[in-house]
Design a protein around this ligand. Structure first.
Ligand code: ATP
Length: 315
């Protein structure tokens, strides 16, 4: 659905986006994360044809952003960071105007507007003037606009920024629902948002990809820290036999105590099973902790590594 190859954008001496390569398949919801100035908005603007790349290529729904920009705009719904609404227009009027611009045939327009209004729960405000709407409703109008003509791909730049917690929950639920039939790329600064709605995360830093992975793989990195009193090798042998254990690493010794890191298949929480075996063998347990790998940990690691790499390159 989205194919990006060595996509780059320079502003004078600033490399805003630096040889990004990734692909997003049909039905995926991908979160684009990165520190301020990492290049998220620039990437999204290139993918939606609002900004020409300096080099590289992006193909969306089979159409090249440079050569077939009109086709791309038809196939891709875009919610920009600041929704550019016409403040004096009414909601329905604005969506009708956008539907015309997107070439929705006249006989289908009314039904199409009704569909997006219902989907984004805008019925209550459809006759209100845009300039008088709350931020949450304006954001929903932006989403509704992105959904006009039922595009294959939705590109959403910080879709929940500035919303209250209730609105955030609603917009996230809507995005998850839309994910059934659309390919979605969304940017955010909120890790929990990615965990709540995305199947995959791409972290960019300094215009480059610092991490591209599925979220369920993060969970698989969970590990259990164990400390028990007893003979280290015997304890290890017992822990290794607990069903679901993948790897047991001896991480240290402290007098009669031994410390281990236990990795379980799929990051499963085996604490109760491990405790039972240690207890059955008469080895007192001093510590048993599930250490979850959080997206925040991975974000900080990935961004720091990318910064080091960029510094090394500059030197
Ligand atoms: P944020 O999280 O703060 O929204 P971002 O990841 O979306 O940041 P971009 O807005 O894409 O980052 O900016 C990437 C880099 O390009 C930054 O260094 C920014 O200052 C620079 N930049 C963006 N637009 C322009 C422009 N029109 N002219 C010059 N530099 C720009």
């Amino acid at each position: 659905m989205i194919q990006v190859e060595r996509l780059s954008k320079r502003y004078g001496s600033i490399k805003a986006v630096d040889r990004l390569t990734f692909a997003v398949g049909r039905g995926e919801i991908v979160g684009l994360l990165g520190p301020n100035g990492a290049g998220k908005t620039t990437t999204m603007r290139m993918l939606t044809t609002f900004l020409p790349p300096t080099s590289g290529r992006a193909v969306l729904s089979g159409h090249d952003v440079l050569d077939e920009s009109l086709e791309v705009r038809r196939k891709v719904g875009y919610l920009p960071e600041n929704v550019p609404l016409y403040h004096e227009m009414r909601v329905r009027e604005y969506l009708t105007f956008r539907a015309k611009l997107k070439d929705v045939p006249r006989p289908r327009r009314r039904a199409e507007i009704a569909r997006v209004i219902a989907r984004c729960q805008l019925g209550e405000v459809e006759d209100r003037i845009l300039g008088q709407l709350s931020k949450g409703y304006r954001q929903r109008v932006g989403l509704a606009e992105a959904m006009v003509r039922d595009p294959d791909i939705l590109i959403l730049d910080e879709p929940t920024a500035g919303l209250d917690p209730l609105q955030i929950r609603e917009v996230r639920a809507l995005i998850r629902e839309l994910g059934d039939r659309h390919t979605i790329l969304l940017s955010t600064h909120v890790m929990t948002e990615v965990e709540a709605v995305c199947g995959r995360v791409i972290i960019i830093a300094q215009g480059r990809i610092a991490l591209d992975d599925r979220l369920d793989r993060l969970q698989a990195e969970n590990a259990i820290a164990v400390e028990a009193r007893g003979p280290a090798e015997a304890i290890r042998a017992v822990l290794e036999k607990v069903p679901g254990t993948e790897k047991v690493i001896l991480t240290g010794r402290d007098g009669d105590h031994a410390a281990f890191k236990v990795q379980a298949r799929g990051g499963a929480d085996l604490r109760e099973e491990l405790a039972t075996r240690l207890f059955q063998n008469g080895w007192p347990v001093r510590r048993l902790d599930l250490k979850r790998t959080t997206l925040e940990d991975r974000f900080i690691q990935a961004v720091a590594q990318e910064e080091l790499a960029a510094d090394a390159e500059a030197a």
